[in-house]
Write a protein that binds this ligand. Sequence first.
Ligand SMILES: Cc1cc2nc3c(=O)[nH]c(=O)nc-3n(C[C@H](O)[C@H](O)[C@H](O)COP(=O)(O)O)c2cc1C
Length: 224
Amino acid sequence: MEEQGRVLTVPEALVNRRATRRFDPNHPLSDDLLKRILGLAACAPSSTNLQPWRFLVVRTEKNRARLRACAFNQPKVTDAPVMVIVLGYKNAYETHLEPMLANRVELGAMTTDGAAEVKARVSRSFPNNPDLATWALRSSMLASMSMLVAAESLGVASAPMEGFDHARVKEEFGVPDDHIVCCLVALGHALATDPFPGRFGLTEVCYEEHFGQPWTLGEPETLL
Ligand SMILES: Cc1cc2nc3c(=O)[nH]c(=O)nc-3n(C[C@H](O)[C@H](O)[C@H](O)COP(=O)(O)O)c2cc1C
């Protein structure tokens, strides 16, 4: 799709977004748009507001070629002008709890007593979590989706990707062990409009009140 003046509504962006198959390698993405998309992605909700996503932005031709080699040679990695390696930071609770809480108190969004309670809760529960990778992935995936929707609403095409060698991406781009690679997101401009690949109806994906119990409300009249 083309960069355009009008910002799409959230329903429009959700309906129109496609996992872009072919990016225009000759159409760059402006710094302003990139920063806005990343800033909007970082508006995502996160567990305890710890914001464990990290965005490793890869733009040079050389580094996109290196990333493509880690991503089963998928052409979109070098065709798209921007590749974002979305990381999940497993130890955010150790390094970022204090500054997050201090900021929250300063914004008037929490009392100092409330902050102390959160700190106590986190120090009780987080160190015992055997799967901080899943913990970090949950919030980082929400940020990734926000990135896709933000891009679409601003006229930028995107593509989420899980087709990559996790260990190789980490090694090539110096990602430390306390970070996990959540996904890759390609950003740029599409060469063609990709067809809608279809979705299951609500009757297939919704249950009512109990697992397996059929959905009776039917389908929405409109998504827009
Ligand atoms: C977690 C995830 C990983 C994906 N990985 C890849 C990928 O590695 N390569 C690719 O071409 N598409 C990838 N896709 C895109 C999906 O194939 C695409 O979202 C799906 O077919 C639905 O198409 P749509 O997003 O255009 O509606 C991925 C999508 C998701 C959500």
